[in-house]
Design a protein around this ligand. Structure first.
Ligand code: SF4
Ligand code: FES
Length: 210
C-alpha cells in the first residue's frame, strides 16, 4: 500500500485493525522503540500473537469493533478555577492516575467534587493535565494566559494497556470519529472497550494477555 500523503495518521474502520501510516516507530514503555514500516497494522482485538502488530487473528472469530450503543460519547463536567477551567470527560478516563500523582491537592478521588481547580497555580495545573494520556482532562485558560507544549508525534503502550497517541496524528475513519483532545488520545487495544475506538478503562477489570 503506497500513500501519497506524508502526514502521520491512524486509519481504521469497524472491521479492520488500526493502520499506522507514516509513523516511524512505536514505543513500548520501559523497553524501547520498535521501527514501523510506512504502513503497519496494529492489533485492536486483543487476540494477536504478535502484539502490538495484527497477525490476522481477528479473521478467525470476526472483528466487530463498534462502540456500545448505550455508552455516551462524552460525559463532560467543567471546574472553574482562577485562571483556568478544567474540563473532564469521564468516559475517556482509564485511571492512569497521572493527575492524582501530579497534583493531589487538585485531583483527589476521595473528595467531592474530586477536582478543585483553584487549589494550585493554573500553569502547574495545565502542565499536569498535559500529561493525561487519554485526553479525559483538558482545560481552557482565562483570556491572556497562554501555555505552550511541544510533543513528538508517536504511539506508545505498556503491557496490557492501550495505545497512547501523542502529537499531530490524525485519526482517520469513515464514521468521522474524532479524539476529544487531538494531541493526546488512547486507543483500545484489548477489544473490550465500550467506547471504541477509545480506551474506557475496561482492560483494568478484564486484563488481556499481552
Ligand atoms: S486518564 Fe487522565 S483523568 Fe484519568 S486518571 Fe489518568 S490522568 Fe487522570
Ligand atoms: S485497552 Fe481496551 S479498554 Fe483499555
Amino acid at each position: 500500500m503506497k500513500l501519497m500523503e506524508k502526514d502521520p495518521m491512524i486509519i481504521f474502520s469497524r472491521n479492520t485493525p488500526y493502520m499506522a501510516v507514516n509513523i516511524r516507530k512505536i514505543t513500548k514503555d520501559g523497553e524501547g522503540d520498535i521501527p514501523l514500516k510506512e504502513v503497519a497494522s496494529l492489533c485492536r482485538c486483543g487476540k494477536s500473537n504478535r502484539k502490538p502488530f495484527c497477525d490476522g487473528s481477528h479473521n478467525k472469530e470476526g472483528l466487530d469493533e463498534e462502540r456500545s450503543e448505550d455508552c455516551p460519547t462524552s460525559r463532560i463536567r467543567r471546574y472553574q478555577g482562577d485562571g483556568i477551567t478544567i474540563i473532564f470527560n469521564s468516559v475517556l478516563c482509564y485511571h492512569s492516575g497521572r493527575c492524582l500523582k501530579g497534583l493531589p491537592e487538585v485531583f483527589d478521588r476521595e473528595r467531592r467534587p474530586w477536582i478543585k481547580a483553584d487549589a494550585a497555580d493554573w500553569k502547574r495545573i495545565a502542565e499536569v493535565i498535559e500529561t493525561c494520556p487519554s485526553g479525559a482532562l483538558d482545560y481552557e485558560l482565562k483570556d491572556g494566559n497562554t501555555f505552550e507544549v511541544t510533543r513528538e508525534d508517536g504511539i506508545s503502550y505498556r503491557k496490557n494497556g492501550p495505545f497512547k497517541v501523542t502529537g499531530n496524528i490524525e485519526l482517520r475513519n469513515e464514521e468521522g470519529i474524532e479524539p476529544f483532545v487531538k494531541e493526546r488520545y488512547a486507543l483500545c487495544r484489548c477489544g473490550k472497550s465500550r467506547n471504541k475506538p477509545f480506551c474506557d478503562g475496561t482492560h483494568m477489570e478484564n486484563p488481556f494477555e499481552d
